[in-house]
Design a protein around this ligand. Sequence first.
Ligand code: EMZ
Length: 387
Amino acid sequence: MKKSEFPDAFQKVRETDGVLDIDDQFEKVTMILRHKDVRKCAHYYQSFKSGVQPGRIVVPSEEKIREIRQIPLELDPPLHTQYRSEMEAWFRRPLQEDYELKLTQITSDLVDEILDKAVLEVVEEFALKLQSQALTLLLNVPIEEAEIWISWGTHVFRSEDNPLDAEKAEILYHYIDEQIEKVLHHPGDDLYSVLLRSQFEGRKFTKEEVKGTMILTFAGGRDTIINAVTNIIVYFGDHPESLEKIREDPDIIGKAVEEFIRYFSPLTHLGRVVDVETNVCEYDLHNDDKVSLCWASANRDSNVFKNPNEVILDRKMNPHVGFGFSHHKCLGATHARQLLKILIKVLVEKVHSIQLLESEENIETWGKIKRKVGFHQVNAKFNSIKN
Ligand code: EMZ
């Protein structure tokens, strides 16, 4: 099997049962696996709620390591809509020309740094750096700040042997508290200051609301982007002809990004809590049951995607749910898409080929299912186009 192959772990159970019951810290979670059902549950927020105890809708549940609500993720309309509308313009900034130029510069500098190095570890030495440096643009803070975030490693709550590392989470919470205090005294034009000036129901956001939004900004776009970046690089390592194809026809970059998001599905799933007895999904669900909407499974549903297990760089119809669906579509998606588009653009301009050496896969376990989501480590050599 090629390193860049990501098998569809859910195929059999999706086709036969449509759902999979798993255990998360002694609570049953019913994973919803079919594209049609995932979209339906995401849409009917009255029956499948996000606005429950902070941490509960994440799988594994983060209730034990977080008391603060991630905003707007852990809310339902109409509250969700009110908060979201305050932030939307800010999270669309990645479409602005100067933002795009700065992101191109960051990416280009990082690629120059790794070209022709004897061996590079892609996750730590490239993907994590790119994710962190790019985040300084989204937050509008100095690029040097990325050094601190890089030192936290690839996930803000997860460490090597613990998926819910409370001590590690504290580092992030403490850091955000400090930043909020700083801008309270010296407001500027960074995201913290913008949020502190934002309005909710006629009053300003509280510190806790700002903190909840910032936790989401740090956590939600971290391992997801790192996985996407690493997986795309591994894909090009295995498929030099794809680098070539895009070099010849760069107009397909937008479509290629959507296809990579579909195929790799960096976030496996997100939970909801069932509010009323409901048969909206034709499954046996009861009040207060936890379900998860499995984006990764939905994105391989052969009722929707032709040849779902193939990467088709210029796939025409691609209604993937890699960024979620309906009200809770990812707020950071504009930033993520720009980052990946620019990454591919820079790679095809500068890199001739990528030689993959040893690697270690990152495998998640969901009940009886094992799903490859990315890599803990990939050693590679990037060969410059100039040689
Ligand atoms: C949560 C989640 C949300 C969670 C959109 O993604 O990503 C996970 O990586 C975090 O641990 O807290 O933000």
